[in-house]
Design a protein around this ligand. Structure first.
Ligand code: SF4
Length: 660
């Protein structure tokens, strides 16, 4: 980890240890106020064609009924911008006053029309006044200033209209669609994202226009979190007003992956009190987005008043760049090993070989062999319910220390101690012991483990401000220069599957983003009694959430990553159906990133760092990419997946799926 020491006074949030929401200025958007002391607002975006007035109204109503408080609608050209009036009138006639937001890319003239109709306009500073050519140009200070003058000229009319009509604006930077100007000077970095917004913000402030919300979205959760933090720091340092923040992870995908990825990005920021409005982007019908956003936000309604966490004086973590905390290699934890997944099976008595499929290990009785999928867990915790058969290679069993001490196999099984039993133990495993502690026991633990080279720490907390409490314990380890590998353990009482995904992604993902943690331990500890089938279901969920969190925080790639856009009125094909079809053929390509984008206008920019891209370029036509390079244009959609696979094969990244 980069040895920077940052005084907490210069940080991006009010406190790293005590929950408090950053104080922002209130921005009025119709009847909704974002920022100030107001609750965090949920928003979402329609996916039907904006020219389909009735369809847009119907879909907006479904979204509003699902909890959406601001409805965003794309306005790719003047005609769609004008049609926003009919959509707005239709909604008002049906008794819905929810404010509307026009989403603008490339078309200042559409923005200027929309700003007279709807309550808020979103502009993307990367493409408001620029067509992206993916060119690296050299700018002198003079030519750079000329560019800024050109932008001012293009953008000023919109600012004036917004001011005149009381329309709010979001300056929404996207990591994937930064202008060539910003790319040439700053690269596609968090700093470039921030500067992209500040260029537009300065113009607004010069005009005394302050009804602004800012976002810094990326599909890369590390970049997204760093950019928002840096934005806050630059706003404070630059003497700007503390504008409200709109949080989102772009192209998060669908189902479990989409939820986990969104929570890793959004949840991490919410933990530190950043964020005034949230949009979760899923490749699903938009009415499914608001409940996920709400579940993320609701966690903070009663967060203040949590148990005290010892304040931090100097912060030895760089919050603006990812550096993994240096840990020593113990067995296969820490050092350069990928973070490990430990899954708790201790509530299943006499687990069978067949039931191990819940943790990604498949027994083939006819061959008497084991196979593992991409999510075969590394360690299972059996507690006192010992596993009655020989485990496959690649998976190990952790037992409670009392059981291990009296057991017959003290070589291939590993003991888990608590603080007391660890201090009093007469026997330890020669290579790998686990010491499980609460965050509040960190000082005693450090004293016990300081000269041991055979122990991994399992860190958990009872504090409801979970991520910051565990982060504080990591700070103590860093201060003590302890390099012991640390696995973060989380356990939740009975709750929905969505909540488990979102909470684990926030509580552990938020640490991994900052390079803290050598593994995740999804525990059943707080679960009520359930039937065997229900517990097995829970184990399966825990195992896949464990891998999902590591992947979403970009610390261990165990599956194909789909960067699929949430779709909008520009979308040229059925995104959900197409994503499912592509996924079916490619989901064995571990670590490969595939962008699936609904339109060629924004798609190529927004698929960010995807290895391959499948982008709608006309009705029934797809353009295929390798990185940012076009490989095949206008492929008929019925042949496009085959052609995509051909490109992956030619690139040497294909392997045949294994049948398990
Ligand atoms: S990439 Fe997708 S969400 Fe973005 S503008 Fe195009 S179709 Fe809409």
């Amino acid at each position: 980890m980069e040895p920077i020491i940052k005084s907490v006074d210069q940080l991006y949030c009010d406190s790293l240890t005590s929950y408090s929401r950053r104080k922002t200025i209130p921005v009025k958007i119709g009847d909704v106020i974002v920022g100030g002391d107001n609750p965090i607002v949920v928003q979402s975006m329609t996916t039907v064609d904006t020219m389909d007035t009735e369809g847009s109204i119907e879909q907006s109503i479904r979204m509003i009924e699902a909890g959406c408080e601001l409805v965003r609608i794309t306005a790719p050209s003047i005609k769609e911008a004008e049609n926003l009036r009919h959509i707005k009138d239709g909604l008002r006639k049906r008794g819905y006053n929810t404010p509307l937001v026009a989403d603008i890319h490339f078309t200042p003239n559409a923005a200027e029309v929309a700003a007279r109709i709807v309550e808020k306009v979103r502009v993307n500073p990367g493409n408001y006044a620029d067509k992206k050519k993916f060119e690296v140009l050299e700018y002198t200070d003079i030519t750079y200033q000329d560019e800024l003058d050109r932008i001012r000229e293009r953008f000023l009319p919109l600012v004036k209209i917004c001011k005149e009509h009381g329309t709010a604006m979001r300056i929404g930077t996207n990591h994937g669609s930064l202008s060539d100007r910003i790319m040439s000077r700053y690269g596609d970095t968090p700093l470039g994202m921030v500067e992209s917004a500040l260029e537009f913000l300065r113009i607004c402030e010069d005009e005394n226009y302050f009804d602004i919300v800012i976002s810094m979205k990326s599909s890369n959760t590390q970049v997204m979190v760093q950019a928002y933090r840096l934005l806050v720091e630059k706003l404070d340092q630059g003497g700007f007003k503390p504008y409200p923040l709109h949080l989102g992870v772009t192209e998060a995908g669908e189902a479990e992956d989409g939820r986990i990825k969104s929570a890793v990005g959004i949840g991490t920021l919410l933990e530190d009190g950043l964020g005034d409005t949230v949009r979760v982007s899923l490749t699903e019908d938009p009415e499914f987005e608001a409940p996920v956003a709400k579940a993320l936000i609701d966690r903070y309604a009663h967060r203040a008043g949590h148990a005290e966490i010892k304040p931090i004086q100097d912060y030895p973590v760089n919050p603006y760049e990812h550096f993994k905390r240096h840990s020593e290699e113990i067995y296969n934890f820490g050092g350069h090993n990928v973070p490990r997944v430990i899954t708790d099976i201790s509530k299943i008595e006499k687990i069978s070989e067949k039931e191990m499929k819940t943790v990604g290990h498949f027994y083939l009785p006819e061959l008497d062999k084991w196979k593992m999928n991409d999510q075969g867990c590394d360690f299972v915790y059996s507690g006192s319910n010992l596993i009655p058969f020989m485990l496959p290679n690649g998976m190990k069993e952790i037992q409670d220390a009392t059981i291990w001490t009296s057991g017959t196999d003290q070589q291939n099984k590993f003991p888990l101690f608590d603080l007391q039993s660890f201090a009093a133990a007469k026997k330890y495993h020669t290579q790998l012991n686990f010491l499980e502690i609460f965050d509040t026991q960190i000082v005693e633990a450090i004293a016990l483990i300081s000269d041991r080279k055979d122990t991994v720490l399992i860190l958990k907390t009872e504090n409801k401000h979970t991520m910051p409490a565990v982060r504080r314990a990591f700070v103590s380890l860093l201060e003590a220069k302890s390099e012991i590998p640390v696995v973060v353990k989380v356990s939740y009482p009975d709750q929905s599957q969505d909540e488990t995904m979102l909470y684990a992604a926030t509580d552990v993902g938020g640490l991994l983003i900052d390079g803290l943690g050598d593994g995740i331990f999804m525990s059943l500890e707080k679960e009520e009694e359930h039937s065997r089938e229900e517990i097995l279901e829970q184990i399966k969920l825990h195992n896949s959430v464990g891998f999902g969190v590591l992947q979403a925080a970009r610390t261990r790639m165990s599956k194909t990553e789909y960067i699929s856009c949430p779709s909008c009125g520009r979308t040229l094909f059925d995104l959900q159906e197409t994503t499912a079809m592509i996924r079916k053929r490619t989901d064995h390509l571990k670590g490969v990133k595939i962008g699936i984008m609904g339109c060629i206008v924004n798609g190529p920019g927004e698929m960010a760092d995807a290895d391959y891209g499948y982008v709608g370029s006309g009705k029934g036509k797809i353009t295929l990419y390798k990185g940012k390079e076009v490989m095949k244009r206008s492929v008929p959609s019925e042949k496009a997946v085959d052609k995509l696979i051909e490109i992956i094969k030619e690139d040497g990244m294909w392997n045949e799926p294994e049948i398990i």
